[in-house]
Each structure stands twice: as structure tokens, then as C-alpha cells.
Write a protein that binds this ligand. Structure first.
Ligand code: 173
Length: 328
């Protein structure tokens, strides 16, 4: 009840934000404010990463373009953020494709990218992504702020080969096809529900990137991390397409320049990965390491089932996305 009340208050706040925005535009005022939400926990590493960026965005964008960061899943539940952007309930989101596969299966293809976003901007992938995102989700794909963060299998039961038979794992669409191909039973949850699932023993483990497990105290209920990792965690900024179209040329140029500045910091994730690996070891999380041959077949299987699922769900765009996002 509390939650529903909170929700309607939030929606009212968002709606009045829209009214204010329209009013300002009619009055010929200069600055536009984009209402931003995220599908990730508010106290997590991705929000921390963008905090200094939000500050400089708003100070450099005075009188032109501002971001009002409304919040995370308490404002809009993780798997509803995509809909909120599509419909314009919010303007801007920091989220990942796995959280809006309900809008378009292609969203989940970005995890399969083997070339950095900087190269995606050069080889036509970025434009192609935008064409699909515009059409299918009414989204403008602004850019990617997380890369160089492989996903891992975290477990509370030991395995000695790439076989998850008999284990029940927490997933999002990122991990579904791979974990099922390895014999696991899966249950989908938002990040905010992982701790409770672990604590109650509802799951034997979970998928997550190398960074971030300490944010919600999952290390308290994590015994093993499987090496190697697989895919590359994708977190991006997506903008409601109508909001994009309403921006002036100067506002678009500013927004794109800010996004490129944020992307230019993506190498920070390499250091984060090394730091978090060390921190996990300090916390007593043991590594289960596949041998070279197992590691290769595990990795090959990951991309094989990942792309097979994409191509099956989207015969139109899957093959082209594969061509554009894979390593040469
Ligand atoms: O919630 C998740 O495990 C997930 O899908 C994800 C995607 C990108 C970054 C971090 C987590």
C-alpha cells in the first residue's frame, strides 16, 4: 500500500515535470530539464560513476540543458524503466538492455559486443543500433558508459567443470540462455532482490559483472566466483526519442559532447575490475577456475547461445548486429 501510494506520487511528480517542461518551452525559456531514472540500485557503482558527471553536466549546461536525476528502482521498477522511456514518463535512463527486452529482444545484444563503443561509433554499429532503438523502443541510444566488465557466475556450491546441473541461479536475460544451456534452473530478479534470494537460500548463486557485488552486500552470501568471465557488461544512456527531437541543435550538441566525455572514462572500468577482483579475494570469495580447454569451450558456448538467441528472436536485426559487434 505504502509502495503504491509512493508510486502514484512519483507519477504525479513526473507528470507535473512534463507540464513544467512544456510550459517553459511555450514561454520560450532556454533551459530544458531531462528527468533521469536508472534501473540500477541508487547506491551502486554505476550511479557513483556518473555522479561527478551529473555535477559537471549541470554546471556547464546552465541555461541550456539540465539533468534532474529522479532515482532508481524505488521510483520506477528495474524492468519498467524501458517502458517509462518509450512512453516519455521519464526522458533519460541509465540502464541496460537486459532490463528492457520486453520492448525489443535486440536490447540484450549489446552485452555480446567484442569491440569498444569508440569503435562501434566508427564502424556503423552505433548508427545501426540507433536505427533499431528508434524504431522499436522510441529511444535515442546516446552512448555506453560501462564496458571492460566481464560477467561472472557467482556460486555458493562448488562445481568442478562447466556444468550447472542441479543449481538454481538468479538471472536477468543476460545469462538465461547460457545458464540454461549449462543445465541450471533460473529465476529472474532485479538487482534489488538478489540479497534476499541469497539469504533465504532461494538461489545457489547469481550472474553479475566483476564489479559491484559489495554494493548490496552480496559478498556476505557468496562463496565462489567462476573464472573466466564472459560477455561485457553494458550500461548505457537512452533518451526518449520525442525528447531528443524536441532539443535544439545546441542542446543536442551539448548532450552528445557530454556523453562522449563520459565514454572517455570507460577505461576506469579496467581498474575497477582489478580492484574488485582483489577485494573479493580479501572477502574470502574463492575462485573456481576452468582449465584452458574448458574455458575456451565455455566462452565459445556463451557467444554461440547468445547470438543464436538473438538471431532467433530477431531474424531481421540479429545477424547484422552480430556482424557489426563481433571482433574481426
Ligand atoms: O542485473 C544484472 O545482472 C544485469 O543484467 C546487469 C547488466 C549490466 C550490468 C550489470 C548487471
Amino acid at each position: 500500500m505504502q509502495r503504491i501510494k509512493g508510486r502514484s506520487l512519483l507519477i504525479a511528480a513526473l507528470a507535473s515535470g512534463t507540464a513544467a517542461l512544456l510550459g517553459a518551452a511555450e514561454a520560450g525559456a532556454q533551459a530544458t530539464t531531462l528527468r533521469m531514472v536508472t534501473g540500477f540500485p541508487e547506491n551502486g557503482l554505476y550511479v557513483k560513476h556518473i555522479e561527478p558527471w551529473l555535477q559537471s553536466f549541470n554546471s556547464e549546461g546552465k541555461g541550456l540543458l539540465q539533468i534532474n536525476f529522479i532515482g532508481g528502482p524505488k521510483a520506477i521498477p528495474t524492468f519498467e524503466v524501458g517502458n517509462a522511456i518509450k512512453s516519455g514518463v521519464a526522458d533519460l535512463a541509465m540502464t541496460t538492455g537486459a532490463f528492457y527486452t520486453n520492448l525489443m529482444p535486440e536490447a540484450d545484444a549489446l552485452k555480446l559486443a567484442q569491440i569498444p563503443i569508440a569503435e562501434q561509433r566508427r564502424n556503423g554499429a552505433f548508427e545501426y543500433i540507433n536505427r533499431v532503438w528508434n524504431e522499436k523502443a522510441n529511444m535515442y541510444y546516446l552512448g555506453r558508459l560501462v564496458e571492460f566488465q566481464p560477467f561472472h557466475i557467482y556460486l555458493n556450491k562448488k562445481i568442478d567443470k562447466p556444468d550447472l546441473t542441479g543449481l538454481k541461479l538468479r538471472i536477468t536475460p543476460v545469462y538465461r540462455d547460457l545458464f540454461q544451456a549449462m543445465g541450471a534452473t533460473v529465476v529472474t530478479t532485479a538487482p534489488g532482490e538478489v540479497y534476499t534470494a541469497l539469504e533465504r537460500g532461494v538461489v545457489d548463486g547469481y550472474g553479475w559483472p566483476i564489479g559491484g557485488i559489495f554494493d548490496l552486500n552480496w559478498q556476505q552470501h557468496t562463496r565462489y566466483r567462476v573464472e573466466p568471465g564472459f560477455y561485457d557488461a553494458e550500461v548505457s544512456m537512452v533518451l526518449n526519442l520525442d525528447a531528443w527531437k524536441r532539443l535544439s541543435a545546441a542542446q543536442r550538441e551539448f548532450l552528445q559532447r557530454q556523453m562522449l566525455a563520459l565514454e572517455a572514462r570507460n577505461a576506469e572500468w579496467k581498474k575497477n575490475a582489478a580492484d574488485e577482483t582483489e577485494r573479493q579475494a580479501q572477502a574470502g570469495i574463492q575462485v573456481i577456475r576452468f582449465d584452458a580447454q574448458q574455458a575456451k569451450s565455455f566462452r565459445d558456448l556463451a557467444y554461440e547461445v547468445g547470438w543464436a538467441a538473438q538471431i532467433k528472436a530477431s531474424p531481421e536485426h540479429g545477424p547484422k548486429l552480430r556482424e557489426l559487434l563481433s571482433a574481426r
